[in-house]
Design a protein around this ligand. Structure first.
Ligand SMILES: *Cc1c(COP(=O)(O)O)cnc(C)c1O
Length: 380
């Protein structure tokens, strides 16, 4: 037995001296709880809700509460990437269920269905989501879910979210909306009737191109919430506490960033529209966009920071324009503070239906005049 006041040896002191004292610190920002597990008291009980970080973690809880508040939902779930969040929605279905997706769905979502959920026995139809008649004709007895992306990637098509929700609910079908592009600043699908919202937090929520993440927000907190939660916890595709902290920090400036990025996109779209070397600008904020009226009804305060354009030329000429741009970096992804440009077809691969003269832009927070000057010289 050690004597009563004998000091601990070095390795013991190394642990004792670094124990959590964070509850005693009144910092303006939350600490990052890099703890995989939490203390049980003498009765074997936990003092609070935290047991083990796959189940729950304070940084994840903060993020989940934040995103569910901003989307006007009841429950939020954070995942390690947008694709993990999207997968969890499909994992909540069962063999034999049928889902309806947009024919221009986010490219990896198409691969997810074809490569993985096809083998799990989900059937699916890719339809034109801008046409409610077409959606209605694609329903069958097994249809359980309709997936919406509006504006869509990369063609910026608009779906009538309220109209599709009315159709779906008449048939007890769930509606999921990927709200990554508009963000809750510009669109709240749950208020328009949707049941599920998903995000790739990698994009605007994080906002700085330095973290991957995804989340799900639900309108209800009943059986679907329990199923999603068990998928999150049992399958374990969870984000790290640090990633949750980064995304929460991003959300603090989301409104300012998206407002500026939307303003930049609207102004650049208007400038590009009518340039001789530009065939078409795809942006729902333009009056000549085929679904400008619906976009105006269901979006608030603007049409987002993403736009695509069709260059008057072939793939080589289109890529040459991208190569001349100096303030737009060529990279996949979007929603960061820096402007990006991407030749989408070459990223999507051989099965891509994206036109070979399409460039997709993610507007950053630079000054609009500098961005327009850059385009002026690139199109010369
Ligand atoms: C990027 C993106 C995803 C995938 O998210 P990851 O975080 O890359 O897994 C899903 N949907 C949309 C609309 C996206 O832009």
């Amino acid at each position: 037995m050690p004597k009563k006041h004998q000091p601990f040896k070095f390795e013991t002191r190394a642990l004792q001296s670094t124990k959590n004292i964070i509850n005693e610190v009144h910092a303006i920002n939350p600490p990052i709880y890099l703890s995989s597990t939490f203390v049980r008291n003498k009765e074997g009980k936990y003092e609070d809700r935290y047991k083990y970080s796959r189940n729950d973690n304070p940084n994840r809880r903060t993020l989940e509460k934040s995103i569910s508040t901003l989307e006007n939902g009841t429950t939020g779930f954070a995942f390690g990437s947008g694709m993990a969040a999207i997968s969890a929605v499909f994992q909540s279905l069962k063999t034999g269920d049928h889902v309806i997706l947009p024919d221009d769905a986010y490219f990896n979502l198409k691969l997810l269905l074809k490569d993985i959920f096809n083998r799990w026995g989900l059937s699916y139809s890719f339809v034109n989501m801008s046409n409610i008649e077409t959606i209605s004709r694609s329903l069958n007895q097994q249809t359980r879910l309709i997936w919406i992306e509006s504006p869509s990637n990369p063609q910026l098509k608009i779906s009538d979210i309220r109209g599709i929700c009315e159709l779906a609910h008449a048939h007890q079908i769930l509606i999921a909306v990927d709200n990554t592009w508009p963000t809750p600043v510009l669109q709240n699908p749950l208020d328009l009737g949707a049941d599920i919202v998903v995000h790739s937090s990698t994009k605007y929520l994080g906002g700085h191109s330095d973290v991957l993440g995804g989340c799900i927000v639900l309108k209800e907190s009943g059986s679907l919430a329990h199923r999603i939660q068990s998928i999150q916890v049992q399958m374990g595709a969870i984000p790290s506490p640090f990633d949750c902290w980064l995304i929460s920090r991003g959300i603090q400036t989301l409104y300012l960033r998206i407002t500026k990025q939307t303003d930049n996109a609207q102004k650049l779209a208007e400038w590009l529209n009518g340039q001789p070397r530009v065939n078409r600008v795809l942006y729902p904020g333009l009056k000549d966009h085929p679904h400008h009226a619906i976009a105006t009804q269901q979006m608030k305060g603007g049409f987002g920071g993403m736009l695509s354009l069709l260059i008057d030329g072939n793939e080589i000429e289109t890529r040459a324009v991208a190569n001349k741009l100096q303030l737009f970096t060529q990279a996949t992804s979007l929603g960061g503070i820096e402007s990006l440009v991407e030749h989408r077809k070459s990223v999507e691969g051989s099965e891509s239906q994206t036109p070979s003269n399409l460039l997709r832009l993610s507007l950053g927070i630079e000054h609009i005049e500098d961005l327009i000057v850059d385009w002026e010289q690139a199109l010369r």
